[in-house]
Design a protein around this ligand. Sequence first.
Ligand code: LLP
Length: 405
Amino acid sequence: MLEAIAAEVGTPTFIYDAAAIRGQYARLVNSLQSAPHRIHYSMKANSSHAILSLLRELGAGVDIVSGGELFRALRAGFTGRDIVFSGVGKTRTELKDALEAGILLVNVESEGELRLLNEVAGELGAVAPIALRVNPEVTVDTPHPYTRTGERGLKFGIPYAEAIQVGRLALSLPNILLLGVDMHIGSQVSSLEPYRAGTERLLELHAKLRLEGANDIAYLDIGGGLAVTYNDELATDVEAFAAAILRIVENVPLTLILEPGRFLVGNAGLLLTRVVYRKSSGGRQYIITDAGMNDLLRPSHYNAYHHIESVRPNGQRGVFDVVGPVCESGDFFALGRSMDAAEPDDLLVIRSAGAYGFCMSSTYNSRPRAAEVVVDGDRWAIATEREEYSDLTAREITNLTWMDG
Ligand code: LLP
């Protein structure tokens, strides 16, 4: 099927397996079934309409981080009640749009945001439902520092020591309704300990807030971050994860919210690319592909590992740098990798590209964005058409209208 897709749609193309997404979703839901819970797919991982529709049909809600994601979520048929809104820099307009959509929770990350939200809600004659996103200040061991969020001093969340004051303020503001406590400790976190420690800290805060008169708290949002396997690292054992969390929340009358992104879609996707050239330089052997860092940024940005193999291995192996055509030395998918000795015109798959792949792609070097395809059993469909050159310049103005001043 990969060859048929390449022939029809061209390369580079992201390809997602619907069955794999359904399987991950079912695993997570089954492991949590003994407790009231909601799964809010963190759509920053992959916000394409086909993926959103699939997850909506399965019963998921979404976790959004921008007005653009709100727009996409509503367009995919989610209602306001299916949406929680995270992010450190929500603007007035984004807050207003979210309130107008009737979202379930705004995960408030600072005192400034709380005051602004109160003002915006007041102007609309509304009451804003919120959770306090707290930085639980736990130590997290993610593969790259850029994907940690729940450590002391990072920009995310309300510092733990200040959370009680911000909670008091929330209780005193007329257009705010405090409904939850929330954390997100990082991404690709396979160990259970930081989740356990963070959840306990959230429950401590919950208890303190209750003493302050917070009687409406109904949600405990423990964020996303569940790890998948890219190479040989451990994926989160979700059953053990769920058991550990459920033990802690056993006697707490709160609905658990989870915001998984990568766990649901990461290993359900691959990037299909064609080899353009082989060359050697200074003793290194290069495989040059038609995909570049603009299509899949993760290796370059996080030094992330993605498994690469030939669609039709020719039996030869070697050690290669797999690189794209972008004019940057950082444009690589693998360095010094022992792999199939793919030749020009061969198709390669770059695995585990379902999360933070297409959605982080750009048009750098004026390279139109790739296509996206969904496979379901023995059928496949184009989910996003490949961009054309004219898309690159569609918003550019060729005759400038000059303004004075
Ligand atoms: N909730 C919040 C508030 C988040 O910030 C994130 C991810 C998630 C949920 C979902 O995390 P996940 O389950 O996907 O780990 N671009 C990076 C990952 C950045 C994650 C940022 N926040 C990468 O490619 O590894």
